[in-house]
Design a protein around this ligand. Structure first.
Ligand code: SF4
Length: 365
């Protein structure tokens, strides 16, 4: 991206994502019942050479500053320590997204230069062990958290909103209040196109947005009053009236410094970036800079298979909403959706700009 874009972003004081993502394995040491890769055959680790090429590409072609290293479970990759070192050598600060089962490995990664850690937590005690189908798994997380505490290494958490976590939300929130992540992400189970669950009818773990929103609002009220910022991902804005600033859906993604840059995600060449800009302009996509226009255009394309129902035509948020996943509509219908009335909102950050705590990177805490 050009200097011109950067100066415009700073002029408008709008954050923009500089983080890539790299999947280094599809293998895992637990079996979350809602995992996208649960039944995939022939899962393997990515080779170190391929990871090295990607990291260098992130730096030289896309000028990224951060990378999320994920899987599968990244801590079981045999070269994970080398990958953390490689990332730092290339000037990209590494985060791992982990189930926190391997305490000793994670401690080594901290000493090898890990910048941040995002821990997945989907329940508490036996409830968690049941969801991830591994006895003693929750105890391993507790052990990792003690180690992080000892090393004064802060962390964030991800919780997927399913029937498991929604039914256990009070316990999860009490635990979060005790262990104090910097940021807690609540992720509505999202049956993206191309994933295992996109074509399936109601999964036994899938609940409707009304139930997910109830759990999310409970968590926001408790955690925010204790200084823990909460993001809610992939939840239609109409379910979170009064809580919209917490929503980070596809249209808000490219501004969130903890999410993933879509230009590198799609491995776009310079020519493709230029073409995306002219298509974005032809389509009147919102943006205060070329970079915003390109990214908002690409994110719109990513959700283009989603639907809008009759209520959506009256909704003030329709331009900044991802629409409704086809699998969700097929499973639950559209009766729960109630439009937000008012003037049309075009800026994806309309609500997020009310409070910028979500945009504070680790160094600034
Ligand atoms: S456009 Fe539709 S799905 Fe999106 S927030 Fe509005 S009513 Fe909800």
């Amino acid at each position: 991206m050009t200097t011109k874009n950067n100066s415009q972003i700073s002029k408008h004081n709008r954050p923009i994502c500089r983080r890539g993502v790299i999947w280094i394995t599809k293998l895992c040491n637990i079996k979350c019942k809602f995992c996208y890769y649960l039944y995939e055959k022939g899962k393997t680790h990515t080779s170190f050479d391929s990871i090295e090429r990607t990291i260098k590409w992130f730096k030289n072609q896309y000028h990224l500053e951060y990378v999320d290293i994920t899987g599968g479970e990244p801590t079981i990759h045999p070269d994970i320590e080398k990958i953390i070192e490689l990332s730092n050598e290339n000037g990209i600060k590494p985060t791992i997204i982990t189930n926190a089962q391997k305490t000793e490995t994670i401690e080594k990664l901290i000493h090898a230069g890990l910048e941040d850690i995002l821990i997945s937590i989907h329940g508490i005690n036996d409830f968690y062990d049941n969801v991830v189908q591994k006895k003693g798994a929750f105890k391993n997380i507790e052990k990792t958290l003690s180690m992080l505490n000892k090393n004064e290494f802060s962390f964030r958490t991800n919780t997927t909103l399913t029937s498991y976590s929604c039914n256990d939300i009070e316990e999860i929130v009490s635990w979060l209040l005790r262990v104090k992540p910097r940021i807690a992400n609540l992720i509505a189970f999202n049956p993206h196109e191309g994933t295992l669950w996109a074509q399936e009818n109601v999964q036994d773990f899938q609940v409707n947005y009304t139930k997910m929103a109830e759990a999310a609002k409970y968590a926001i009220d408790k955690l925010m009053s204790n200084g823990i910022w909460v993001n809610v991902r992939y939840m239609p804005l109409c379910f979170m009236k009064g809580y919209e600033k917490h929503i980070c859906n596809f249209m808000q993604w490219q501004y969130d410094p903890y999410e993933w840059d879509c230009v590198s995600g799609e491995r776009l060449s310079n020519e493709q970036v230029t073409k995306s800009l002219s298509e974005a302009e032809e389509n009147g996509v919102f943006g205060n800079s070329d970079e915003e226009k390109i990214k908002n255009y690409l994110m719109k394309k990513q959700t283009s298979v989603n639907s809008y129902i009759s209520q959506c035509s009256d909704c003030a948020n329709k331009s900044i909403c991802d629409g409704i996943y086809p699998q969700y509509l097929k499973s639950f219908g559209g009766e729960e959706f109630i439009a937000t009335l008012g003037e049309d909102i075009e800026d994806p950050l309309h609500y997020r700009m009310e409070d910028l705590r979500w945009s504070q990177l680790k160094e600034r805490f």
